[in-house]
Design a protein around this ligand. Structure first.
Ligand SMILES: NC(=O)c1ccc[n+]([C@@H]2O[C@H](COP(=O)([O-])OP(=O)(O)OC[C@H]3O[C@@H](n4cnc5c(N)ncnc54)[C@H](O)[C@@H]3O)[C@@H](O)[C@H]2O)c1
Ligand SMILES: O=C(O)C[C@H](O)C(=O)O
Ligand SMILES: [Mg+2]
Length: 585
C-alpha cells in the first residue's frame, strides 16, 4: 500500500479497491484495477444517470438503502459524489429514518462487511482484533453497543447501521476521508429476546453483560483504539445508559457522546433561534421535556447554559425546566430513587403534589416550549398542541424522537393545531406543508430538522484538525452556537430554525472553526499554528483539508503523476493513458 507524501491520510491501493469508472486508464493500471471494470472512462454525469436510474427502480426504502450501501462499498467516491449532490433526497435513505428500519432488519438484510464487530468473548484480545482493521489511518470512530437504537430499543449488533450511517455523514457533510472512519459495534449481548431466538441474528445470544463487565471491556477498548491510532476521536452513540462512560473517559481520551452532547448542542442552536422568534426573553420561558434520558437531560443542560449566558443565575435557569419520565414529573419527593442524571432537574417547588401524566404537567406549567425525547410516537396530541397555541403566540414544539414513527407529533399536526404559529423542529425529516390559517393566509411552512447531524460532523472535523486532546464543554457549546449563527437572511425570512441541509458542508466549516477556537481557548489543541490564522484564513485552511469526492479523480491524477515522476517515470499528459496496455504497471 503506497502512502502519498505530504497528504494526510491519503492511501493509494487501500483494502477497498478504488473501482471508480471515472479513473483514467493509467490510474487504473497504477491501482491494479485495470481490466476489472468496463473499459470506458466515464464522466460523473453518466455515472450519476445510471445510479439514479437504478435507484428509481428500487421500490422500497430498504432496497434503496441496500443499493446505496453496495455502491459505497464498490465505488466509494461515486457514492459520496452522489450523496453530496443530493443531500436532501439521499440523507434520509442512508441515515435517519431509513437506517432505523435497516437496523431492525440488519441480520435479515445483511450482505457485506462494512465495520468492526467486537464481542465480549474477545476481551483480553481487543488490540489483536482491532489490528485486523485494514485501514492504517483511522481518525474517527463511532461506537455503539446497540442497546438503544434511535427510539427502537435494544437491537444488539443490528445497531451497526447507526455507526455506518453517522460516519457516512462525517464524510459527506464534513469531508473526513472515508478510509479515516471506523464504524464499530460492540457485541456485549442483548436484552432483545426475540433477536436472541432468531436463527438469523448475527450477534451473541446471551443477555447483556453487567455494567461492571462493560466497564472492564470499555477500558480495554479505549486503550486498544488509542494505541493503534493515537489521535483517534471516539464518538459514543446509542448506548442505553451512556453517562458513566462519558464521565469516565472524557478527560482522558478525545471522546464525546453524540446523544447527550451532540443533541444538546444542535437543539441549543435551534432554541437560540426559536427564543429570538418567540419574542419572549429567556427568563419568561418554561420548558416541559417529555423524556429525561440521555438526550432529554443533555439538551436541557445545554439550554441552561444558554439562559445563563443571557444573564440568569444557574438556579433561575434550571427552574425553567420540567422533566417528565415514565413516572411523571421528576420531583425530589416522588418516592422513587432517581437515576443520577435526573437529580439536577428534580423539582422541589411542587408542594408535595405529584403530576403523573404529560397533560397534568402542562396544565400545571403552561409551558412555552414542549420538547419530545421520549420515543413515544404521536404523544403530542391535537389537544396538547391546541393548549400550547392557546397559551403562546409562538409555541416552541420540538418532537425530537427518531425515527419518524416515534416522533411525538408530525409537522402537519403541529402546524394545523397551532394555527400555523408553532416554531417547529423534529428529529426525523418532514415535508414542507401548505396551510391556510384562521386569518385566511395561505403559505408554505418549512419544518426544521433538529438532528445532531448538524453538529457532530463539524465537532469531529474541528477536533481532528486541532488535534485536541479532549472535547470540552466549550467546544460542544460552540458547535450549537455555530449552527444558530449559520442561518442566512433568506432562511430567516422563510421561518427556518436550522440551515438548509444542502448547505451542510459550509455549516460544518463554521462549526469546525468555532470548535477549534474553543479548543484553543481551553488549551486542549495541539495544532498551535492555527491560532495565528484569522477566521477567514482558518475557514480556507479547513476547506482545503476536506475530502471532496468531486475532486478525487483529479487529485489522484496529480498525486500518482507526482509519485511517478519522483520515480523517474514521466507523468501522463492531460490524463492521457501513458502506459501501454500491457505495461508492467
Ligand atoms: N433529534 C436528535 O438529534 C436526537 C438525538 C438523540 C436522541 N434522540 C431521540 O430521543 C429519544 C430518546 O433518546 P435517549 O437517548 O434520551 O433515550 P433514553 O432511553 O435515555 O431516554 C428515554 C426517556 O424517555 C422516557 N420515557 C419512555 N417512555 C415514556 C413514557 N411512556 N412516558 C414518559 N416518559 C417516557 C424514559 O423515562 C426516559 O427518560 C430517541 O427516540 C432518540 O432517537 C433524538
Ligand atoms: O441518529 C439520529 O438520527 C439522531 C440521534 O443520534 C438518535 O439517537 O436519534
Ligand atoms: Mg443517537
Amino acid at each position: 500500500m503506497a502512502r502519498i507524501p505530504g497528504q494526510q491520510n491519503r492511501t493509494i491501493g487501500t483494502a477497498s479497491p478504488n473501482f471508480d469508472t471515472a479513473n483514467p486508464a493509467y490510474i487504473r493500471k497504477y491501482l491494479r484495477t485495470y481490466g476489472l471494470t468496463p473499459p470506458r472512462r466515464e464522466t460523473y454525469e453518466v455515472q450519476k444517470t445510471r445510479c439514479l436510474q437504478q435507484l428509481a427502480l428500487k421500490t422500497t426504502d430498504i432496497d434503496k438503502f441496500l443499493y446505496l450501501s453496495t455502491l459505497r462499498k464498490n465505488n466509494v467516491h461515486l457514492f459520496y459524489r452522489l450523496v453530496t449532490d443530493h443531500l436532501k433526497e439521499l440523507t434520509p435513505l442512508i441515515y435517519t429514518p431509513v437506517v432505523g428500519e435497516a437496523c431492525q432488519r440488519w441480520s435479515e438484510i445483511y450482505q457485506q462487511p462494512e465495520g468492526m464487530y467486537l464481542s465480549w468473548e474477545d476481551r483480553g484480545n481487543l488490540a489483536a482484533v482491532i489490528a485486523n482493521w485494514p485501514q492504517p489511518n483511522v481518525e474517527i470512530t463511532c461506537i455503539t453497543d446497540g442497546s438503544r437504537i434511535l427510539g427502537l430499543g435494544d437491537l444488539g449488533i443490528n445497531g451497526m447501521g447507526i455507526p455506518i450511517g453517522k460516519l457516512a455523514l462525517y464524510t459527506a457533510c464534513a469531508g473526513i476521508r472515508p478510509e479515516a472512519t471506523l464504524p464499530l459495534t460492540l457485541d456485549l449481548g442483548t436484552g432483545n429476546k426475540a433477536f436472541r431466538e432468531d436463527p438469523l441474528y448475527m450477534g451473541s445470544r446471551h443477555d447483556k453483560i453487567s455494567p461492571e463487565e462493560e466497564r472492564e471491556f470499555m477500558d480495554e477498548l479505549m486503550t486498544a483504539l488509542t494505541e493503534r491510532w493515537p489521535g483517534i476521536v471516539i464518538q459514543f452513540e446509542d448506548f442505553k445508559n451512556p453517562f458513566p462512560a462519558l464521565e469516565r473517559y472524557r478527560h482522558t481520551y478525545t471522546c464525546f457522546n453524540d446523544d447527550i452532547q451532540g443533541t444538546g448542542a444542535v437543539i441549543l442552536g435551534g432554541v437560540i433561534n426559536a427564543v429570538k422568534r418567540s419574542g419572549l426573553p429567556c427568563k419568561d420561558h418554561r420548558a416541559v421535556f417529555l423524556g429525561a434520558g440521555s438526550a432529554g437531560v443533555g439538551v436541557a443542560k445545554q439550554i441552561v447554559q444558554f439562559f445563563m449566558r443571557e444573564g440568569m443565575t444557574e438556579n433561575e435557569a434550571r427552574a425553567c425546566f420540567y422533566l417528565v419520565d415514565t413516572k411523571g414529573l421528576v420531583t425530589a419527593d416522588r418516592g422513587d430513587k432517581l437515576a443520577d442524571h435526573k437529580i439536577y432537574f428534580a423539582r422541589t417547588d411542587n408542594n408535595g403534589q405529584q403530576f403523573k401524566t404529560l397533560e397534568e404537567v402542562i396544565e400545571h406549567v403552561h409551558p412555552t416550549m414542549l420538547m419530545g425525547l421520549s420515543t413515544l410516537g404521536g404523544v403530542f396530541t391535537p389537544q396538547i398542541l391546541n393548549k400550547m397555541a392557546e397559551w403562546n403566540t409562538h409555541p416552541i414544539i420540538f418532537p425530537l424522537s427518531n425515527p419518524s414513527s416515534k416522533s411525538e407529533c408530525d409537522f402537519e399536526s403541529a402546524i394545523t393545531h397551532t394555527d400555523g404559529r408553532a416554531l417547529f423542529a423534529s428529529g426525523s425529516p418532514f415535508q414542507p406543508f401548505l396551510f391556510t390559517n384562521s386569518a385566511g393566509e395561505t403559505r408554505t411552512y418549512y419544518p426544521g430538522q433538529g438532528n445532531n447531524m448538524y453538529v457532530f460532523p463539524g465537532i469531529g472535523l474541528g477536533t481532528i484538525l486541532s488535534k485536541a486532546v479532549e472535547v470540552t464543554d466549550a467546544m460542544i457549546y460552540a458547535s450549537g452556537e455555530a449552527v444558530a449563527e449559520a442561518l442566512t437572511p433568506e432562511e430567516i425570512e422563510l421561518g427556518y430554525l436550522y440551515p438548509d441541509i444542502t448547505r451542510i458542508r459550509n455549516v460544518s466549516v463554521v462549526v469546525a472553526r468555532k470548535v477549534i477556537r474553543a479548543a484553543q481557548k481551553d488549551k486542549v489543541d495541539r495544532e498551535n499554528a492555527l491560532s495565528n490564522l484569522d477566521d477567514a484564513a482558518l475557514d480556507a485552511w479547513i476547506r482545503a483539508r476536506m475530502y471532496d469526492p468531486h475532486a478525487e479523480v483529479r487529485s489522484l491524477e496529480r498525486e500518482v503523476g507526482a509519485l511517478l515522476s519522483s520515480l523517474g517515470t514521466p507523468s501522463p499528459v492531460n490524463g492521457q493513458s501513458y502506459f501501454e496496455p500491457h505495461s508492467r504497471l
